[in-house]
Design a binder for this molecule. Sequence first.
Ligand code: GDP
Length: 612
Amino acid sequence: EVEAARNAASAENLRSPICCILGHVDTGKTKLLDKIRQTNVQEGEAGGITQQIGATYFPVEALRKKTQVVNADGAFEFKVPGLLVIDTPGHESFTNLRSRGSSLCNIAILVVDIMHGLEPQTLESMRLLRDRKTPFIVALNKIDRLYNWKPIANNGFRDSLNMQQKSVQAEFRDRLEKTKVAFAEQGFNAELFYENKSMAKYVSLVPTSAHTGEGIPDMLKLLVTLTQERMTRQLMYLTEVECTVLEVKVIEGLGTTIDVVLSNGILHEGDTIVLCGTDGAITTQVRALLTPAEMKELRVKSVYVHNKTVKAALGVKITANGLDNAIAGSRLLVAKNKDDEDEIEELEEDVMGDLENLMSKISKTGRGVTVQASTLGSLEALLEFLKQSKIPVSSISIGPVHKRDVITASTMLEKAKEYAVMLCFDVKVDRDATELADKMGVKIFTAEIIYHLFDDFTKHMKALQEQKKEESKMLAVFPCVLRPVAVFNKTDPIVIGVDVIEGNLRMGTPVAAVKMNPVTNVKDIISLGRVVSIQRDHKDLPICKKGSPSVAIKIESPNQPTYGRQLEEKDTLYSHISRASIDCLKEFYRDEVDKEEWGLIAKHLKGLFDIP
Ligand code: GDP
């Protein structure tokens, strides 16, 4: 009974879902948002669409109007009270809409340019959506750019497509199929929205044009359908406050303010709030809750309206003292009793726990790169990505890069030089910091796309490896066995003719003969020196492979061994390997040594030179 009562209540008690728009730059995210905000000029009313701080609110009446062309019979039932769309498209808002590691964004629109397919930031958006398990639909935007497309403003997509010439329909199908394949490659099954049998299994692709408005009614209807079908439980209105800081902004006359999204509960003027700051928790009182003034109220002095209370879901600006160090992406908690010190302490610990949670992702070995990001949300996303890419992290920080951050990173120069690297996402690096880093040899990589940092780091590791390889060149010894066939010059330098009977002879290889001393019965290793030239028919060769015709080789050595004295023509020669040379091959030349050559080292040469 209680359950039934609760269910009945919940239908009336749904809050508006929060929607983010993500996608690659220039796919039309801003334009799409503008287009859905646009009021219907003919009907001359906004239908209650309200501009909030960092978000636009679409009440259900507005959604009903905007989806009319694809819901002519009114059969589609709206259960949500409205839709809150975050105004700043892109990763930042999405990653900051977070609460204890999960997303407050209930649903997302991933915008893809139908003419371009999946682009780098599209892939990154997909990764974020997957990590946070956020349901999304895909707007395949710019359909008006299909060759010869005849637009019908604000029409439903299906109807518009049916009106097109066969060639346009064919081009559309072709691009659609390509997109589906591209999604499949990323591990998502995607279907054209009206051919999608299961929204739980397939991502819906909805073709749109932000210019002509076509497909936008479909997109809105689909958004509402998906939220209603998939997540009514998450959309229950709760009295407990659930709120996130989207942006920290300095506003003339107001000082540092925070723009927050209240996804559940109620905020009041005067509330005691607790949030994350770069220097520890911030506890302060709400001075004002501001929303934008409507255009027609131009007579009002301020651009903002003061609210005594605000109710979820909405975007609102909060002014208060002490917000200078506030961190975007932080949760905002409200104290029940502002005088209860224990409670406040608990809330402070709770909120700072988010940052500590991220600290716990730091490598236990104390070796790893330094990571710096603009907000808690982006730092979290970056750390998750680095974890998946198996790049260890030794320290993290939020905000611009200063000298002291470089000094922290520089501790790696001693411990693990390759990790004396700062991966900076969407943050400024101050001049002094850059100079210091250059001087100390700390690498700073900055990027606005997370996985560009991965590319930079990978390149950096590769360059270091190349450098080490270059430095180790003299140490690497490739295995071979040589049988001399002629002695042209006995000493200084030795010049002999040889056949390569095992392995491959390369330039620079040190060679030695191994003989038993008949008197002492002790193994005698006679080092001849390094091979400095390999020639056949007076032509230089970099390498001579096993079984190829004889070559003349020149060997230089400071010890000046001499044929006729210690050496005889019949003495077989071997590449002079050591423990260090084997290790060097393993580390830098693994790909260049084949099975047979490894076998030659293991079965023959190691024993010969008494290497354990
Ligand atoms: P954002 O970077 O994703 O926010 O992209 P914008 O909304 O700024 O759009 C980028 C460019 O694409 C602008 O020049 C838009 O006019 C254009 N654009 C956006 N949507 C469409 C569309 O549906 N059709 C066409 N032809 N151009 C579009």
